[in-house]
Design a protein around this ligand. Structure first.
Ligand SMILES: [Zn+2]
Ligand SMILES: [Zn+2]
Ligand SMILES: [Zn+2]
Length: 478
């Protein structure tokens, strides 16, 4: 077996965590430790006609497979690349007369690949599909019911002429999808569009303060170093957003991934104090008051979610303003409930083109995030980028340019220079730098040029806010 670019890592028995992934050489922040194509991947059910089934790019006009009338591709090239994986799927869909759900399609793709290549180690894989964890024994009643339903639908779909697998093995595959599925996002990393299985990535254990991050770029996932890594160090990624107190993160990890997090940040509850910060000094609020405001914030966040789903953005703004008024005298500037409201308020106000108020909230959000997140966190980078664009729109060119530079520096590490979103940022950085120079030399000229730039829409207006601001990396139902 060739290691296919996997020479610099090895699988090892990690104490108390089953297997783990370890570095064999030194890595610096931004280094790509490995790039891995999906063993198998599918587009989400709701997006099958607007996302290419090969490269997962969102496209305006896609070509449809003339045979099954289900699969869509950018062009002939993507269609040709897809044929090896789609051939069996295509005839099975025609035979079955309808398209099964994404889970069934993914399981079938995995098994057709095993039929073609055998169940041993695939080229460039450190572990085989047989060896991946499935956690079926940890399933609760509800999950078991879903598993049975999936297996039934699978058996209806699976053609009799394909290799037949045992029931236990089929359950194993669904278990693997359930706990190892990785979310694929569109080319700009803004929308979750599909799910795939990456056997090597699966070997990386979780840490709330990881030394690596994963990004989907150009059809492959890249495992990228966030800090200096020495030979022999364990490579870790975070399965959940850090913006939760340790107790909450641990609960979420236990529920979705069936383990107790014992990372340094959880053990020592590092940064919990910042995330729960309350106002200090002579107007220090009582514990009772803090409790009341937190409860009010939780209730408001629920109402906001509902209003957002319904697209009633003015109501979202009203709820945010009302909540901020309650929070401001009581909560500290790094309190996560305050930060959540600031994030939503700045995003929605930007969308409504009320840029000045949005910029004010965005600035406070970024200041808080910078104290909480790892300096090379992808979520932080994306938030700083959004804040920078908001400032630019508000005509605050100095702060805007500063934020865009900051975001660019983070994304160079987390996404790399070839990622479309980093390239977008590079364009913005050059433009805002030029504008800043002009602003410093001649303000009048600057405002004239800005007007022209706004007309040309060089920097795009904010996309419509969604409840899913940045797709979570690991595909797991809540
Ligand atoms: Zn394509
Ligand atoms: Zn087809
Ligand atoms: Zn942890």
């Amino acid at each position: 077996m060739t290691k296919g670019g996997m020479e610099s890592v090895e699988v090892f028995p990690a104490e108390g965590k089953g297997r783990g992934l370890r570095a064999q050489k030194e890595f610096l922040p931004g280094d790509v430790i490995f790039a891995e194509p999906a063993y198998a991947a599918v587009v989400f059910d709701s997006l099958t006609h607007i996302v290419c089934h090969t490269c997962f790019k969102r496209q305006e006009r896609l070509h449809r497979c003339g045979q099954c009338k289900f699969a869509y591709y950018c062009d002939r090239t993507c269609q040709r690349v897809a044929w090896l994986d789609h051939k069996s799927e295509c005839s099975a869909i025609k035979r079955h007369g309808k398209v099964p759900t994404e889970n069934i399609r993914l399981a079938a793709r995995i098994m057709w690949k095993m039929e073609r290549e055998g169940s041993g180690l695939a080229e460039g894989c450190l572990v085989s599909i047989d060896d991946l964890q499935n956690h079926v024994e940890n399933f609760g009643e509800e999950e078991k019911k879903e598993l049975h339903a999936d297996v039934e639908s699978f058996l209806e779909f699976w053609p009799p002429q394909s290799q037949q697998f045992g029931m236990q093995f089929i359950s194993h595959i669904f278990g693997v999808i359930n706990c190892n599925g990785f979310t694929l996002s569109d080319q700009r990393g803004l929308q979750a569009v599909g799910v795939g299985i990456f056997p090597n990535l699966c070997q990386a254990n979780h840490d709330c303060w990881p030394n690596c991050t994963v990004i989907f770029n150009n059809g492959k996932i890249e495992l990228r170093a966030l800090s200096k890594i020495s030979p022999g160090d364990e490579l870790t990624v975070s399965y959940v957003d850090f913006l939760n107190v340790s107790e909450e993160r641990r609960k979420q990890l236990k529920k979705q991934y069936y383990f107790d997090c014992t990372c340094e940040h959880c053990k020592k509850q590092i940064k919990d104090d910042l995330m729960l910060a309350v106002k200090e000094g002579e107007h220090k609020p009582s514990a009772e008051m803090v409790k009341e405001v937190i409860q009010f914030s939780k209730d408001t966040l629920e109402k906001i979610n509902k209003a957002r789903l319904e697209g009633v953005y003015h109501e979202v703004v009203r709820l945010c303003r009302e909540c901020l008024k309650k929070q401001e005298p009581v909560l500290g500037e790094t309190n996560i409930y305050l930060l959540r409201i600031l994030s939503i308020a700045s995003e929605v106000l930007s969308y409504l083109q009320m840029f000045e108020e949005a910029a004010d909230y965005a600035k406070r959000m970024v200041d808080g995030y910078l104290k909480i997140y790892h300096p090379n966190n992808a979520q932080l980078g994306m938030a700083v980028m959004r804040a920078g664009v908001t400032h630019w729109h508000a005509g605050l060119i100095e702060a805007g340019h500063g934020m865009i530079c900051k975001a660019y520096a983070i994304l160079l590490v987390t996404h790399g220079p070839s990622h479309p979103i980093t390239k977008d940022l590079e364009v913005m950085r050059v433009q805002t730098e030029m504008e800043l120079r002009m602003f410093q030399q001649n303000e009048l000229m600057y405002y004239k040029m800005r007007e022209a730039a706004l007309k040309n829409q060089k920097i795009q207006v904010m996309p419509e806010p969604t409840t899913e601001t940045s797709p979570s990396l690991f595909h797991k139902k809540e």
